[in-house]
Ligand binder design. Structure first.
Ligand SMILES: *Cc1c(COP(=O)(O)O)cnc(C)c1O
Length: 435
């Protein structure tokens, strides 16, 4: 069935015009908006002709330039490591149930104004995204597969009763903010650097009652971020304790919602106090390996039968986040490392099996004990791709080799090439700069 033909139960909503043609995502978005109206304001639909409240529309953007732009710090300055330095502008857009999305604004970066009773402050009605803007070696600015982030943001917002929107419009707004602040904050003569982009949605509804929010705010800010994948000793991971889980079946571990992160910081703090970089989140009696911190987790091992496998947890139980980096690694590995002639950067023959399946910490420990654990690494936008050197599991330290030119290094090289424009690839989304 064509996406635009999705029937809307019990309503006259089939008269809703699907403005954005037949792209899957926009049809789903419109369907989502309609179901949102049905749930929250059935009177809009009962009998009366359907009035679609205004959708998120980047063409209505209003730009208020910052009259006092900051000095741009060098990426090596200490303030950058604090991850607080934002660029000169931010994008904001308000939504209310009755009036839909207002005209978006790009305006000087600064504080938000919220009532103390705002829903987000009490009920964690919040979701976010993490993307990067890269200054390429060819002088151009690029995003990396930003369509996936915008689609995921819609999925996350729906999970916490925040309003729906057309992800393609969000992408236009992100790109516009990048076009405005990119040229000064990522100078052309400093290729290989990036800004971190944080699209966020919060429920600003000031009613303290526990209910679906009727007011929300979408905003996008950009910050300077240190490169976190350059730690030469490798990441040290502490496996989570039996009495603390990050996500569970039927929960919301698959959504990038703030509610997943606050409660994980106790374990994260304990890990850091013991000299580890991140928690390796396990789940259940069989100590299923899920994710590491806010990154996806991969191992490369040799099976007892002799096959070399790249293994990561599956998306099926909705326990882990469908990372853009994870997805890209799996796609590149399947495309370029599974064939007979495939070679790793170090020259070794690759033929690799790429496997998404549940695996337990016991299996990882066995592979390590038998010398079959070849590599382990974490992958996410913030940390990019970083090797793991050690995992502590129930008092035992598993040491992990970090071969030069191995599977991780090969994939990381390709990804970096695409991000910084060394390889022309459809995943690189070029931002046209405004100067
Ligand atoms: C953001 C995040 C990731 C990584 O996702 P990317 O799209 O690759 O940045 C992985 N796990 C969790 C829990 C996350 O929040």
């Amino acid at each position: 069935m064509a996406p635009s033909a999705i029937p809307m139960e019990g309503s006259t909503a089939s008269s809703v015009v699907l403005k954005n043609g037949n792209s899957n995502t926009s049809a789903l978005t419109n369907a989502g908006v309609t179901s949102n109206i049905l749930k929250n304001a059935p009177s809009v639909i009962n009998g009366a002709p359907v009035v679609n409240p205004p959708e998120l529309d980047a063409s209505l953007l209003h730009f208020i330039p910052n009259p006092a732009p900051k000095c741009v710090p060098h990426p090596s300055e200490p303030c950058v490591a604090e991850q607080k330095t934002c660029t000169d502008h931010m994008m904001t857009c308000q939504w209310t149930l009755s009036n839909g999305w207002a005209a978006p604004e790009i305006k000087p970066y600064g504080p938000l104004s919220l009532m103390p009773t705002a829903s987000v402050l009490h009920y964690a009605t919040e979701c976010f995204e993490g993307m990067k803007l890269y200054r390429g070696h060819d002088g151009r600015l690029r995003l990396f597969r930003p369509q996936l982030n915008c689609a995921r943001m819609l999925m996350s917002s729906s999970r916490v009763a925040l309003p729906t929107f057309n992800p393609a419009e969000l992408l236009k707004l992100v790109a516009k903010l990048c076009a405005i602040d990119g040229p000064r904050w990522l100078p052309r003569d400093r290729p290989g650097h990036f800004l971190y982009i944080r699209p966020t949605m919060i429920a600003s509804d000031s009613a303290l009652g526990i209910r679906r929010p009727r007011e929300a705010l979408l905003f996008v800010v950009m910050t300077m971020f240190p490169a976190m994948d350059a730690n030469p000793r490798g990441m040290r991971l502490l496996a989570s304790r039996d009495d603390m889980v990050r996500a569970w079946p039927g929960g919301f571990g698959y959504a990038k919602v703030g509610a997943n992160y606050g409660p994980s910081l106790v374990a994260q703090g304990e890990a850091q106090a013991q000299g580890f970089d991140q928690i390796l989140w396990l789940l259940g009696q069989d100590c299923q390996v899920t994710e590491a911190g806010a990154s996806n987790f991969f191992v490369v091992w040799r099976t007892r039968a002799g096959a070399v496998q790249l293994v990561t947890a599956p998306l099926t139980d909705r326990i882990i986040l469908d990372g853009v980096t994870r997805r890209s690694i799996l796609e590149l590995a399947r495309e370029r490392l599974t064939g007979a002639g495939a070679r790793l950067a170090g020259g070794e023959c690759a033929p690799l099996e790429v496997v998404e399946r549940k695996f337990g910490m016991g299996e990882v420990a066995e592979a390590a004990a038998e010398g079959r654990l070849l590599e382990a690494f974490v992958a996410g936008t913030a940390f990019f791709i970083a090797p793991v050197s050690l995992m502590r599991f129930r008092g035992t330290d598993l040491c992990v080799p970090m071969p030069e030119g191995g599977v991780m290094a090969t994939l990381k090289g390709w990804m970096r090439g695409i991000m910084y424009g060394k390889e022309r690839h459809e995943w690189g989304y070029v931002v046209d700069e405004e100067e």
